[in-house]
Design a protein around this ligand. Sequence first.
Ligand code: SF4
Ligand code: SF4
Length: 429
Amino acid sequence: MVRTLEKLEYEMNNCFRCSHCKFVPWAVLESHRFSKICPSLARYKFHAYSGSGKIQMALGVHQERIKEWTDEMLKILYTCTNCGACHISCRTNNYLTDLNSIIYALKYSAVLSGAAPLPAHKEYTESIEKRNNPYNEAHENRFDWMPEEVKVNEKADVIYWTGCTSSYRRTEIARATVKVLNKIGVDFMVLGDDETCCGSPIYQTGQYNKAKEIARNVFKKIRKSGAKKILTSCAGCYGMFKTKYPAMLKEFSFEVVNLAEVLDEKIKRGELEFKNELLMKVTYHDPCHLGRGSEFMPEWKGEWKLTDPHIFEPVPERPVRMGLGGCYEAPRNVLKAIPGVELVEMERIKEYAWCCGAGGGAKAAFPDFAIWAAKERIIEAEATGAEILTSHCPFCSTNLKDAIAEVDSNIKFYDIAEIVLMTLTKEGE
Ligand code: SF4
Ligand code: SF4
């Protein structure tokens, strides 16, 4: 469960003010143009918007030097997409802070004080509570996208957890996913009326008590289904099931995979070979919650000890989240296995990937900012010479497609599921 600011005092006091959290680490930096790592700071160009700036704000709130949340503070906090990039850059220099936890705790603190969630977040939270999805859509229409010809099992070891965005907004991803599963011979079931929002949009805005309630209900429904494995097509759901649920519910122990991992596994075992050639130059965007956000960190139980005249250190040593445990290779392996596909990489990738700008409640409350961040990614993708931008998340897909339309870019976006479907079927149907 999320730690409160009170429990993060040492982590906050250990910020060196070195500003590594603002940039891609020097060891992997390729150009000045794509050197920035924090979308919020890059857009608003003021220290408070950076990871370190959030630490100063968090300390001020915790020590009650800041008595009231202002609109400016809330804007700073909620144009933070919880992308976690600052945390990874910080860790290359300083293992004593824990930016991820501090930012989540600051959002929690804003919620507990009554200053947050913001009106746009309240609106979708109410929709989730009443209709099980943030889009105010009818719950009973959740699986309307399911193609008639697709075989869905009554019972199976694998649940395909569609997620709200694939169910209502990016249905092309849901359709492609189930068609691919049928074609590669993976038996699956869906939860039907029992599938609800996984709680990610609520969790990411700091409403942890509500998110935990949702997690409990989802857990009961999945357990009742008898399935052993959860397969997602959404990075948000994946991150929740992989890291947040096990932290909130000790008994949650399902295997969690995404479609790219299933395909990669089959390719490695020699059970899947793509035959149809797709002549495409493709670049891949790492969704934050599939990458660095999906690295599980076990709870640390220890204490901070003064080991130097000025420095407190965690004893015993804490596990350190470096972002390396995320899902980076499976989507790339799948793309590389498709005949004719040339994968070209952007400069900021894997644990140092630039966020699309949509997460943390930013797309709902600050849509112009979210689009600005996505446009930056489109410029980076175009610089590779790729004609196709792909990713593995319906939420990234929405924001990146919106940005492509705004800048009238020639680059096309497809989810990996759609590209795989193209190579498995000559007509792409
Ligand atoms: S948060 Fe980390 S990287 Fe940023 S200024 Fe503090 S110590 Fe340096
Ligand atoms: S989590 Fe992402 S958006 Fe938020 S401060 Fe860190 S780098 Fe910036």
